[in-house]
Design a protein around this ligand. Sequence first.
Ligand code: 13P
Length: 257
Amino acid sequence: MRNFLVAGNWKMNCGPGETKKLLDGIKNSDVSIPERVDVLVCPPMISLTVASDELQDAEGVALGAQNVHSEDNGAYTGEVSTQMLNEVQCDYVILGHSERREYFGETDTTVNAKVIKSLSDDLRPVICVGESLEQRKAGEHQLIVRKQVEAALSGVSEDGAGGLVIAYEPIWAIGTGETASPDQAQEMHKMVREVLADLYSDDMADGIRILYGGSMKPHNAEELLSQPDVDGGLIGGASLKADSFTEIIRIAGELSS
Ligand code: 13P
């Protein structure tokens, strides 16, 4: 039996008004949340309060942010803290997305500090890793992703790592309509699990969900989620429409039973 996590990364889409509409669409969908599927939505910061209210009566749908700062408070213009996310009932936070690494100067070091802070404040990090097209062509993809996982988890003990999630997102597949093939995804996910087993233990590695992200859509979700080490999806574009997002949830439900 599988136990999937289907997560939507809304990126810089949906202010409070649209957030309410999209969540209403998900809640009123014909697809009810399957028993063995956890659902997560990650709207922009400004929409978290509305989303939190909307999700009060939505069993099985958790709330996450797309970033957080590693300090408690202070002179960090434009940032939010873990306590602020706790206050609006966020359970998860996406960290180290390739867009944050590329456009906002996030490094393995800043991601690591955010992972440590989030875990210590009861937020489950969804740590994003993934290689560029050049790195894949050069045959460096395994090494790059291994290093990203190790760096993100530096100083994180097995006891403190409970609840974290890894998302493998090949940069060349994000927003391009091109996905990793099921074999490519499985190969990378298996490798990530081996890294986790090396860092912690086999049991721990088996319990950590490794999501695939990069143009996951209703038409390719089944073949990706059928791979033994793909424990769910981190979905961008297809999470912005209730129909496509709930269709992927439905597919995960079928595969989980
Ligand atoms: P797309 O599904 O739009 O390719 O985005 C994937 C992603 O970056 C999720 O974090």
